[in-house]
Design a protein around this ligand. Structure first.
Ligand code: ATP
Ligand code: MG
Length: 585
């Protein structure tokens, strides 16, 4: 291979190299032109030239789609030496709760990101800006850019027009600014009921973009807010609040999902008007849209996820089958694997589906290098080594990690009776079967070569034990072992020493790759085998496993000690993912 080719190949497989994407390109261009250079905050501190934000609404648990947004916003800020603000978009009083704020902060930190930098702690709540937002609204009224509309909700909807038809001006559109201002103040003072009046931007009722047809910017809502209490009974609309939040936080690049594309003209219109009013300095933040993450075999709608929880289809928000961040964390995903996944999928300008195997692949690639190995027998069948001395406990030795000898060895005892996998014995072998069958020799992995002699059956003909004899001079790692050539190597654990554990075998929650596409009922394609609970036998050292610790159970896949239910006295392990992608095969 030529040197250049080698370099290219290395770059293509270097998982640390940030994948190029159009958002990255956009930031690079702005940095090159110095667009956001030399801005200062009110204290005269120079602001970073790249400021992004992650702006969740605290109304539910975050899912893998939000993880993409987190990795993108925090990741780009990190890569360009900028800042990402952590902002709760809590402008909607009725749906938001502190519980959600806490779990969201926890999720962002778990993913490996931080909202603090040397200029401060950039954790913000949109509700902290309510005074400013209100003040700006009064300005817009005075400047002739907003008015109080007193039409009924029905008339307002009717006069909005449609995609093919322009809207009609409200009869209140031209009321004097002083009148609107007085009404707006009365709205704030609590003199009206919900819906009696509404504040609208004055733009263009004939605009082909419905979002520009005098959008509502403040509404009356007599509701308690989780942070501001009963101080307010008027609340800003999302489209009004969001650009202001961005501008207050000196955001440079406001990345959002594609459904906000048609909202961008209003975003720009509003900030221009407020810049004219002296509220913000140019250059203003710019909104750019990217494709949301759709993951096959999963759903990423908060509402539908809530349905799974409320109807007890899953065991809560952190059920390891859930695509929530708390769910995939409990399942055994690592933050590094999620970051790797987000880098690999990059960002696109149009919606598409990412295959679940890409997420699972990132997890395997991350854990393969890290996870210590262990033996687990999931479907146990007893093997009796008839010529093994009754009380002999023979230590066997295996590497902690086959590619990292520096991580040392683990030992586990071989005894007369061991557990092997049910599938490792066949009384009548099929072609190409090299494991236990009468007359065949195999190696007990890290132990001795044994020859199968037969089996015991119960009255129904079910095999209940397998018999063999061992060759005392054949132990792995001794000279004699070279004299034995066998085709099968079988994992096992000592019956006497094994750690009995509950093992939860998780799989994909849906059998349909696009469970909710096109309005399909996702409950029709629930995978009945997405959770199987079994009792398994593990090598004895596993009794020291700590909650959240991950392992590769040889042959079976990656497993994690459940962070909620696992304890030394009641071990519980979750299957994160199998060793190979065998879905549907
Ligand atoms: P809601 O319908 O409740 O608004 P949401 O999924 O939009 O739900 P937000 O809390 O508003 O939730 O989202 C926070 C951020 O995460 C937003 O910037 C949003 O664009 C982004 N986001 C949400 N879902 C995805 C997704 N599937 N892929 C990428 N980004 C997403
Ligand atoms: Mg949203």
């Amino acid at each position: 291979m030529s040197n250049d080719l080698k370099k290219a190949a290395a770059a293509a497989t270097d998982t640390n190299a940030p994948a190029s994407n159009f958002l990255r390109g956009l930031i690079e261009a702005d940095l090159a032109s110095g667009k956001y250079a030399n801005r200062t905050d009110p204290n005269g501190n120079v602001l970073p030239s790249v400021i992004t934000r992650f702006p969740p609404e605290p109304n539910g648990y975050l899912h893998i789609g939000h993880a993409k947004s987190i990795c993108l916003n925090f990741g780009l800020a990190r890569d360009f030496g900028g800042r990402c603000t952590m902002r709760f978009d809590d402008t909607n009083p009725t749906k938001e709760e502190q519980e959600y704020v806490d779990t969201i902060l926890d999720a962002v930190q778990w993913l490996g990101f931080d909202w603090k930098d040397d200029q401060g702690d950039h954790l913000y709540f949109a509700s902290d800006y309510f005074d400013q937002m209100y003040f700006m609204a009064e300005y817009l009224i005075t400047a002739g850019h907003a008015y109080v509309d007193s039409q009924s909700a029905e008339d307002m909807a009717k006069n909005r027009g449609s995609f093919s038809e322009p809207g009609k001006n409200s009869p209140f559109r031209d009321r004097p600014a002083e009148e609107s201002l007085a009404l707006f103040r009365s709205m704030k003072a609590g003199e009206f009921k919900d819906g009696e009046h509404i504040l609208r931007a004055k733009i263009d009722m004939a605009s082909p973009n419905m979002n520009m047809r005098d959008p509502a910017i403040y509404r009356i809502r007599h509701a308690h807010h989780h942070r501001t209490g009963d101080k307010w009974c008027v609340y800003p609309m999302y489209d009004y609040a969001h650009p202001i939040e961005d501008a207050i936080e000196n955001v440079t690049h406001s990345f959002c999902t594609l459904e906000f594309q048609d909202h961008r003209p209003f975003y720009d219109w509003l900030l221009e008007r407020l810049a004219e009013g002296g509220f913000f300095k140019k250059p203003l933040p710019v909104q750019t849209e990217f494709a949301r993450l759709n993951l096959t075999y999963a759903i990423t709608s908060k509402r539908k996820l809530l349905q799974l929880v409320e109807e007890n289809i899953v065991d809560g928000w952190d059920d390891p089958r859930m695509p929530t961040i708390v769910g995939i964390r409990r399942r055994g995903y690592t933050p590094e694997s999620i970051q790797l996944f987000c880098e690999r999928i990059g960002v696109a300008k149009s919606d598409s589906w990412i295959d679940m195997s890409t997420l699972e692949g990132a997890l395997r690639d991350d854990l393969d290098a890290k996870a210590p190995r262990a033996v687990a027998v999931l479907r146990p069948l007893k093997l009796i080594i008839d010529n093994f001395p009754d009380n002999l406990v023979d230590e066997c030795k295996a590497p902690v990690h086959p590619h990292h000898p520096e991580r040392g060895h683990r030992t586990f005892p071989l005894t007369k009776e061991v557990w092997i996998e049910e599938e490792d014995f066949m009384e009548v072998p099929t072609k190409g079967y090299f494991r236990f069958f009468p007359g065949n020799k195999v190696r007990l992995k890290y132990g001795y070569v044994v020859e199968c002699t037969g089996c015991d059956k119960d009255e129904n003909g079910k095999v209940i034990a397998v018999h063999c004899n061992y060759f005392a001079d054949s132990k792995s790692g001794t000279e004699g072992s070279a004299n034995y050539k066998v085709k099968g190597t079988i994992p096992w654990v000592s019956v006497q020493h094994a750690l009995e554990a509950e093992v939860r075998l998780y799989d994909r929650l849906f059998t349909d790759p696009n469970p909710d596409a096109g309005g399909k009922d996702f409950k029709q394609s629930l995978n009945p085998n997405a959770k199987e609970v079994i009792t398994a036998y593990l090598e004895q050292g596993m009794r020291h496993a700590l909650p959240d610790e991950k392992f590769q159970f040889e042959r079976h896949g990656y497993f994690v000690a459940d962070r909620v239910d696992h304890s030394a006295t009641k071990p519980v392990f979750n299957r994160v993912v199998t060793l190979k992608d065998s879905w549907g095969k």
